[in-house]
Every structure is written in C-alpha cells, then in structure tokens.
Design a protein around this ligand. Structure first.
Ligand SMILES: [Zn+2]
Length: 350
C-alpha cells in the first residue's frame, strides 16, 4: 500500500535527486553536527503534522493548472483561492460521505490528467486515496491539512476505533476543518502550492487567499459569539459519528458517547454500544441527539424509540463531512459552519 506520507516522501526525494553529491555530503555533515533530532516526522509517527510537498512550476503563463479536490469541503476552499485561474474538478458531490466514497471512471480520468490533487490527509478518504496515488502518478498529492497539529485520539477512542470493520484512520482524527483555525492553515497551504506550481498567477492567489482569510477570521469570531450564548451545561454533543472533536475543543463543547463509536462512519455499532448510549442519555436527562447529514438516520431513530423518558427526542442534523445541497445555505464551508452553529444555538438553548 502506498501511503500519502510515502508518496510525499517520494515526491520530495525526486525533487532533490538532482543535487550534487558534495552538497548532500555537506548537508549530512551539517545535520550530524547540529543535532541528532531531525525536525521531520518519521513515517510511523502519525501524531506529527503532515509535511507540505515541494512543488515546482508546472505550467507556463497562459496555461491553466489542472487541479483535483477530493471532498466538497476541500473543493470549496481550493476554489476560493484558485478561482478562475485554475481548472478545478471536485470529485465528491455535496452530501457524499468521504469515508465510503469509491472513485468512478471520470474521477480516475481527472486524476490522471491532474497537476495537483488536494486530499484531506490522515486517511479520511479511505476508499479513494490509494487509487488516486496510483492513477495520478504525474500529479503532486497534497494533504490540505499539512502543518495542522492533529488531534491525537485517546487510548479509549483509538481502542473503539480499531473495532471498526477494517477501516482505520490510525491514531489521529482527520476531521480538521471543524476548527476554523485549521482551515486558515488550509488556505495558506493552497496558496503556497498553487503559487509554486503557477508562478504567473501568484499575486492573484495571494489576493484571493488574503480576502478569504479575513472571511474565515470573521466566521470564527461569529461562531464564538453564537455558540457562546448556549448555556455551558447544555454544551454537550451526543453524536452518531466522532467527527466533532476539533469543533468541541475549539468552541467549548463536551462530547459524550457516540452512537457510532468510531472515527469512521463505516463502523456499525454493536447492540451493547447502543444500550450504553441509551443509558448515558437517560442518566444525563439528554433528549437531543446530533446526526450528521451524510449518515443514515436509521440508528438514531431506533434509539429514539428507546428513550421513553424523554417527552420529545430532538434529532439535530448537522453538516459535518460534506457541504449541503444547493439552497440549503450550507453550499460553502462558511455557510455550513454558520448553519451548524445556528442549529446548535437554537436546539441546545431550549
Ligand atoms: Zn467523518
């Protein structure tokens, strides 16, 4: 299996292959003299930030970069920076679950033709990334979350996760976009990569990135205002997919047991896990359950029939791993985060 980290290492190795031997020797001597602790992460250390690949100019002035983005959320952020200057293909449609998405023939054609492929990183797109790495052989594969300090799962979370049906994200949480600060890092990554690949448009990418960074800073401030108005004891998330960890940490929420106790939405809960969740909700007197728009609602509805102590069980739909359809107000990353905050403020304040 070619991991993303392997591919980036290979890309960076190829980039440096032309350096003459004496320079390599000098660098080796220098490295040895400085410290034995290299700042780069070893391939096995998944808790370190992912590296941003080294990118060479790929098009000359007047040519458009061919760019592929995997998820609808990544696609929106790349479009904000690249706008009309790039030829962008977004593989997943609004509402599509990145964990279970399988590439179609047109996706593979786009990947084969791409200069750059933006992926999330940390194996979010479980069924997709290895195919892209193989097919998009001439493309640079860029984890858009590069440089983000990942949320390392607790031993308990990780233990639960390995019970999933062979779907594993490893020991870190890939849902980085749930904290706006991380998406500000995404914007900087996209700007750097596009500018390096297409220097003729570097000023345009810089201007677009600067404008969007301001939008995101305002978004972050507004989320804090909206969510901060929810009484603290009500800031508890009961959710069917462990994808709100970054959100909870950034905006002051607690997360209780999940219906699907896995980072991946592909894992099925056992009867015991469902029973435990019912117990938790009963003991806390909690009658509000958060669902994600990309998940099946069947399990939560089953649960609703179990919580007989609740006069009413509220099922809140949030947009988590994908943008919403046209007309939903969640067609962009900014709109999605605003819609979620408004829903939480309304439902958790009652
Ligand atoms: Zn997810």
């Amino acid at each position: 299996m070619i991991t993303v980290r392997d591919k980036i290492k290979r890309q960076n190795r190829n980039r440096f292959a032309g350096l003459s031997l004496w320079l390599v020797s000098m660098l080796a001597l220098l490295a040895a003299a400085c410290s034995s602790q290299a700042p780069t992460a070893s391939p096995g250390d998944a808790s370190q930030p992912l590296p941003l690949p080294v990118v060479e100019p790929m098009v000359s002035a007047g040519q458009k970069l061919h760019v592929v983005a995997t998820t609808s959320i990544i696609g929106d952020v790349v479009r904000q920076v690249g706008d009309e200057a790039i030829d962008l293909t977004i593989l997943m449609q609004p509402g599509q679950d990145p964990h279970s998405y399988q590439p179609g023939a047109s996706d593979l054609t786009a990947a084969a033709d791409a200069n750059i492929i933006f992926i999330n990183g940390w194996n979010l797109e479980e069924g997709l990334v290895n195919d892209l790495a193989t097919i998009g052989n001439k493309a640079v594969l860029v984890p858009i979350s590069a440089g983000v300090v990942p949320r390392v799962l607790s031993e308990e979370e990780h233990d639960k996760e390995t019970h999933g049906e062979g779907h594993s994200h490893g020991p870190v949480d890939p849902h980085t976009w749930q904290d706006v600060a991380n998406v500000i890092q995404w914007v900087e990554n996209v700007r750097q990569v596009l500018s390096a690949a297409d220097p003729a448009n570097a000023a345009l990418y810089e201007a677009n990135a600067a404008a969007y960074r301001q939008t995101l800073q305002q978004l972050d401030a507004d989320l804090r205002t909206t969510l901060g108005a929810i009484p603290e004891e009500r800031r508890i998330l009961v959710t069917n997919h462990d994808n709100l960890g970054y959100f909870a940490r950034a905006y002051g929420f607690e997360i209780t047991d999940s219906v699907i106790p896995s980072i991946s939405s592909l894992a099925e809960p056992s009867a015991g896990e469902l029973a435990a969740l019912v117990d938790t909700m009963r003991s806390k007197g909690f009658c509000t359950l958060i669902l994600e728009a990309t998940a099946s609602t069947q399990l939560a509805r089953m649960l609703k029939s179990e919580l007989t102590g609740c006069a009413d069980v509220h099922l809140i739909m949030l947009y988590t791993d994908a943008l919403g359809p046209a007309g939903s107000g969640a067609e962009t990353y900014e709109g999605m985060m605003r819609a979620n905050a408004a829903t939480l403020a309304k439902e958790l304040s009652r």
